[in-house]
Design a protein around this ligand. Sequence first.
Ligand code: DGT
Ligand code: CA
Ligand code: CA
Ligand code: ZN
Length: 574
Amino acid sequence: MRNHKIAKIFNDIARFLEIDGVAFKPYAYQRAAMSLEGLKEDVADIYRKGGKAALQEIPGIGKGIAGHIEEYLKKGTIADLENFKKRLPVDMEGLLRVEGLGPKKVKVLYEKLGIKNIKDLEKAVKTHKIAPLFGFGEKTEQNIVQGLEFLKKGKGRSFLGEILPIARQVLWQLEKLPEVQKASLAGSLRRKRETIGDVDFLVASKSPGKVMDFFVNLPGVEKVWGKGGTKASVHMVNGFDMDLRVVPEKSYGSALQYFTGSQDHNIATRKIAIDKGLKLSEYGVFRGSKQIAGKTEEDVYKAIGLRWMDPEIRENAGEIEASLQGKLPTLVDIKDIKGDLHCHSDWNGGKNPIEVMAQTAMDMGYEYIGISDHTKTLKIENGLNEKQLLEQIEYIKKINRSFQISNFKFQILAGCEADILKDGSIDIKDEVLAQLDYVIASVHLNTKMEKKEMMARIEKAMRNPNVDIFGHPTGRIVNQRDEYQIDFDKILKIAKETGTILEINSSQRLDLRDFYIRRAKAEGVKMIINTDSHHKDQMNLMEYGVSQARRGWAEKSDIVNTLSVEKLLEHFKV
Ligand code: DGT
Ligand code: CA
Ligand code: CA
Ligand code: ZN
């Protein structure tokens, strides 16, 4: 599968174009990369069958980019990228992992200090060479120092959202092999942990050798760590490892149970088996030497007296007890979601008009969408002021009327993502907030306050009767940023008292974290799963918010955007 290799090249080209200050073009490459990553078919096959014209049928791929794909398939390289790389021979991807560094800054660092990689960067911050550079300063240097620390802490664990699309493509490829009877993701990826150490695949096959050969020869493979009769491990160009296990069909269920983990869950399930005089292993459930289960996961759990449970909750955090007592939660499902209330339009820093965002929501089968543009304090996002918000309300009303006329059952809600100022007041006048269908309030600036001050700020905002949803409540970003100094118990208490809904943000923030979701559920605090989309394509990030909610044991009734629009509106304060 060449798709993710080419996608990576396009992302690189986009960064170089961004450095050169080319308008719009970087985005076209990013979009093409995203489209390739989500594609089921290998572009090489598409090209073989239909040539350049067929490539142009792929969403997001125009003539120019199709030409680049052709060039890559023929020559194995793209000249544009090679030229860029000559001008700037740095480990761009590695350096960009450091929060606070963008492509333009990387260029300056190379030109002024010869920094090519993370090691060079670490040396430069130690000797304080960065702050004096034009356009950098003490604050940027501090951010880089913190970004580097964060990278070390994360130690090679990758964000779920970067890994899952690539792993799914590999899975589809495996499933297509005639030798493969069954195939699944396993490990932390199947459990949808927010970061992934390595990717695990499990396959049932009668000819493991062929599957192994195919796996270690996948186009994205950079290095083969090991390859045996039924096990292989590889390193990908994208910077992570993948493991494959091949088992006979009669052990597929027990192997899936074992390799899905978590390790703690496995230890606990094994113990339950032992207490029943059984033995549970990756090969099956055994009484003495007789295999009594193993073909399916359901059978395996049943054989040891448990009900099958969703992979997201297999962390030995109460799921086994719940299974024994028949009290497993029915987790919220992506199909339960009826709308997305954190969507930015091109009225502020988003990329698409309100109509296009709404159309995307309809195509996804939603019943409503909420437009929640940034407000005036966020200048970099072109936040809206009171007058513009009032205009937007009227504009949305007009579109909704046209839906009604054509008897269309879809509604756009007029909201905003207002800024919580340092003192906890909202940057938009209350009389305007009151005219919106709903208000999300979020902290974006001055995030490094002491806990007491930060909590006073958050409390004041949550007590505002016009604030319905507290957006990305803890401020953390996976692999990039820690949460603000907060007291989550207090946030729950205020949420309960005021009826403020807590957001589960599906972007790389994945904020709330899973354990916070579980506590919110226990307190009966309602949550909403939103994508925070700045482009229509980001609306399909919903699945990550949903998996996060599932890891937090959330059920449909805990999540307000599983409700019809009428019922949803009842959950807002005024
Ligand atoms: P990761 O890769 O760090 O994100 O986390 P996992 O959970 O994918 O862990 P990994 O890849 O080391 O192993 C995959 C699964 O295999 C793991 O979830 C449970 C099972 N497993 C691996 N090693 C052990 C072990 O030593 N004991 C037990 N009981 N299970 C293990
Ligand atoms: Ca793993
Ligand atoms: Ca592994
Ligand atoms: Zn925000």
